[in-house]
Design a protein around this ligand. Structure first.
Ligand code: NAP
Ligand code: GDD
Length: 335
């Protein structure tokens, strides 16, 4: 029998790649989205290619509404549940600390309770994060590195991470956490730094924008491709036992380096367009993330395929293509 998986946050970057992967493997995917006033096609653009697929079912739910999660688990009796929904922007979490905590912590707890009470055999994946290492710059950061969160986002994620371990130990639920380092793609939200840079470079190249305002360029991140990382999520739930794993590429680069790569592809000079704007600095910064994925490589057989340079190039090329397409539509409104 084909498996059924619930994915919360399916309209986000990871939810959409994970849906592609699971549907390819014959799963039925129940993907949740949140109602908003923005138009539906905009909201669902990352999964627009799946909307007519009969193995992909979109359900309205909010992870801070426990009843909506209970209803879904009751109705679909899933084999796997991927808790990807989050207020995922670290900078924003300083401005909305309470709702960030409700979504990122309580959304996890409500799901665990729904599973415990209604389908204890359902396997659970929690989207934990390298942000939990915070200002502990002992590198590379691996499964035994001490957590030291420095944002409301990371504090809520760390509490959820411990909740997952607690439900695993207390109730024997197959609940695993993936501590994932940054992963990006052309489906990345536009206010994360990589996508902000690739989109701006494409628009500057086409004469649609003049400047790009950024914050701290010296921060270092271990950047991989989202398609590789969702494969790791799935592998965690196929493993013989529930556990925690780190997924990372094992390489780190600065924001400055990412900017240099992309501007070189675009044939642009950084000094002509980039302005440092204090507005984009955070009250507390995570200076350096560099992961050690050895446990996932050895125990799961996972490894990332896309490297930093390919990732930056793919994102820039796709933004350039999209911006050109928009321009063509404006020039030829009847096409
Ligand atoms: P994303 O693109 O920001 O997607 C997050 C999704 O969660 C969106 O679909 C969002 O929908 C939804 N959501 C937010 N609040 C919700 C609520 N109250 N109820 C239901 N859905 C809600 O994030 P991502 O990059 O795909 O990341 C997926 C998960 O992995 C997140 O939990 C993130 O914190 C974690 N993570 C990401 C990375 C990374 O580098 N990408 C690394 C480590 C961990 P709306 O459009 O309605 O807001
Ligand atoms: N967003 C943003 N915008 N970040 C900027 C900017 C800017 O204009 N200028 C500099 N930065 C710096 C940030 O201060 C940070 O050090 C770095 O660029 C990366 O920022 P983001 O792309 O917003 O990602 P993040 O590392 O804070 O968080 C992402 O990765 C985490 C895993 O480590 C998110 O995906 C989180 O959800 C995820 O948990």
């Amino acid at each position: 029998m084909n498996k059924t998986a619930i994915i919360t946050g399916v309209t986000g970057q990871d939810g959409s790649y994970l849906s592609d992967l699971l549907i390819d493997k014959g799963y039925t995917v129940i993907g949740t989205y949140r109602r908003s006033v923005s138009d539906f096609s905009n909201k669902t653009q990352n999964v627009s290619h799946l909307l007519d697929n009969r193995n992909f079912i979109l359900e309205e739910a909010d992870v801070t509404d426990s009843a909506s999660l209970y209803r879904l688990v009751h109705e679909y009796q899933p084999d796997e549940y991927y808790n990807l929904a989050a207020q995922s922007h670290v900078g924003t979490s300083f401005k909305t600390p309470v709702s960030t905590t409700e979504i990122n912590l309580m959304g996890c707890l409500y799901a665990l309770e729904a599973i415990r009470l209604q389908k204890p055999a359902c396997k659970f994946y929690q989207a934990s994060t390298s942000e939990m290492f915070g200002d502990n710059t002992r590198c590379p950061q691996g499964i035994d590195t001490t957590f030291s969160p420095v944002s409301p986002y990371a504090c809520a994620k760390l509490a959820a991470h411990h909740m997952v371990g607690t439900y695993r130990k207390s109730y024997g639920i197959f609940a695993s956490s993936g501590i994932l380092f940054n992963h990006e793609s052309p489906r990345r939200g536009e206010n994360f730094v990589t996508r902000k840079i690739t989109k701006a470079a494409a628009r500057i190249n086409l004469g649609l924008q003049k400047e790009l305002r950024l914050g701290n360029l010296s921060a270092q991140r271990d950047w991989g491709h989202a398609a590789d990382f969702v494969r790791g999520m799935w592998m965690m739930l196929q493993h013989e036992k529930a556990d925690d794993f780190v997924l990372a590429t094992g390489r780190t680069n600065s924001v400055q380096k990412f900017l240099e790569y992309v501007f070189a592809f675009a044939g642009l000079e950084i000094k002509d367009h980039v302005i440092i704007d204090p507005k984009f600095y955070r009250p507390c910064e995570v200076p350096k993330l560099w992961g050690n994925p050895d446990k996932a490589i050895i125990e799961l057989g996972w490894s990332p395929e896309c490297d930093f340079e390919e990732l930056a190039f793919e994102m820039y090329e796709e933004d350039l293509r999209r911006e050109k397409e928009k321009l063509n539509k404006t020039d030829n409104p009847d096409v």
